[in-house]
Design a protein around this ligand. Sequence first.
Ligand SMILES: [Zn+2]
Length: 223
Amino acid sequence: MTPDHSAAPSPTHLRRAAFLDRDGVINIDHGYVWRIADFQFVPGVVTAAAELAQAGYALVVVTNQAGIGRGMYGEDDFDRLTAWMIEQFAQGGVPIAGVYHCPHHPTLAQGDFRRACSCRKPAPGMLLDAARDLDIRLSDSVMFGDKCDDMRAAQAAGVGLRVYLGKDGHAAPADACDAAGAGLRFASLAAAVSDPGLRAQLRLAPSPPDLASAHKAVLPPGA
Ligand SMILES: [Zn+2]
């Protein structure tokens, strides 16, 4: 990931990204997680993300954080947790290219945070911002999310592949998200990345690693 300062990015510089929702995909969704002590990685997610990174995907987190707008925690709390999360990924060999969050809510937030914004999923704003900031080719990218709104945001942004995951690594989502073209469903990022068919679509090496064992390993907070 060497920045090119010599010229404006041309299409040949564009890279593909793996967009990850946070709560329910990266960490167990306990509801408005803002403390490090409450941040529990979904089993296998770091190992799976490492595979995507090794295959050349820029890893980008896109997360609705209306808890900020609702006054449950502050931007500084979110930033502190994000820095810690990035460090945990780094220790697993995973560079995080960017983290985008939406603090707004159209009805429940306070003050300036209460508005209909272009960043809260299912709007595509965060993905479009990331594509511009990080030189991402959206059509060659993939979104992993546990809500249909993740799939809708990705579809609206033009993300080529949308993978619908079960919340917190549980069973694959039962509800249809057909309108957003989320035909691919897995229990977790680890399960998705270990699937031979999806590996082919993502152009990962054909032989899946031993994610079954990684799936059992939970990174404790602070590990
Ligand atoms: Zn927003």
